[in-house]
Design a protein around this ligand. Structure first.
Ligand code: ZN
Length: 290
């Protein structure tokens, strides 16, 4: 079976949770490899097995090189392995709905590695994964390499998910749209939002910057979360991972922190065989406010 048809078949499994981003009607997944609504808006699956449901073109801020670096470092170094374990434990806490299948939607999934690793960790046939990102370059990589989820290019503000259809929303180091999150979540469903802690990639920031970018506070992000969602739990994660030089290069490539660092500071940072890198994340768990 082609990857295109294979991708459409995975989407068919969660068709009840998909709607047309143009008119909001339910969509059918056609065997020929497209989504079709009753008003004839149609969206073809691409050869890599993802579907683009954007209603207008969008310019991404991230390029393919960044996504590839992020993918490599995650698969090679286990940089986020403790996070993937913690997230899957949190997902398991909430029983699935009567239908027996739980949809885990990663909103802002990038190249899909977080969702892939979390699905692998869950290892549950009753879980269906869906990843949405506005950056086609990321979703293409996800669909090409991870045939374990439905991959969509789409807009977080105009997502193709039906009201009350999602068991868990993952929102990992990525922007939020709380109104949309509240709309999509099934009764009893939860949002798991990962935000950087003050020490996140501290060694990298301290090596590359001399200005205010050396430090980070997630206070504003947490405040915004609390304004829209009722926080039921916060799981702080803090650990460090030893990265080899090639992985440190990927770390510099993958992070928006590095958009405009001093090239000399980058080469000083990379002038070592290996380095311990701190990962500090706060997992904010919440339910929509009534
Ligand atoms: Zn439509």
């Amino acid at each position: 079976m082609s990857k295109r048809i294979d991708g459409a078949m995975r989407a068919a499994r969660i068709a009840h949770a998909l709607k047309c981003p143009v008119c909001g009607n339910p969509v059918q997944v056609e065997e020929s490899g497209r989504l079709l609504c009753p008003e004839n808006h149609s969206f073809d699956f691409a050869k890599q097995g993802y579907v683009n449901v954007l209603t207008r073109p969008a310019a991404g801020h991230y390029n393919k090189e960044l996504f590839e670096a992020r993918r490599r470092i995650m698969l090679d170094s286990g940089l986020y392995a403790p996070f993937h374990k913690a997230a899957s434990d949190l997902i398991r806490e909430v029983p699935f709905l009567a239908s027996g299948t739980g949809i885990i939607a990663d909103i802002g999934c990038g190249e899909g590695t977080h969702l892939h690793k979390i699905l692998e960790e869950l290892d549950d046939p009753h879980v269906a994964g869906a990843g949405l990102d506005i950056a086609k370059e990321g979703v293409q990589l996800a669909a090409r390499d991870f045939p374990d989820a439905v991959w969509l290019v789409g807009d977080l503000a105009q997502s193709p998910f039906v009201d009350g259809s999602i068991h868990t929303i993952l929102n990992i180091l990525s922007p939020s749209n709380y109104e949309e999150f509240a709309r999509m979540l099934a009764p009893g469903g939860r949002l798991i939002k990962a935000v950087p802690g003050a020490g996140y990639l501290r060694e990298l920031r301290e090596a590359l910057y001399t200005d205010e970018r050396r430090t980070y506070s997630n206070e504003g992000t947490v405040e915004l979360f609390d304004r829209h969602f009722r926080r039921t739990e916060t799981v702080p994660l803090r650990y460090s991972v030893l990265l080899r030089r090639a992985q440190l290069e990927d770390l510099v490539r993958m992070t928006p922190l590095s958009w405009s660092p001093d090239p000399e500071a980058v080469s000083r940072f990379l002038d070592c065989e290996s380095a311990e890198i701190t990962v500090e994340l706060d997992l904010l768990i919440g339910e929509p406010r009534d």
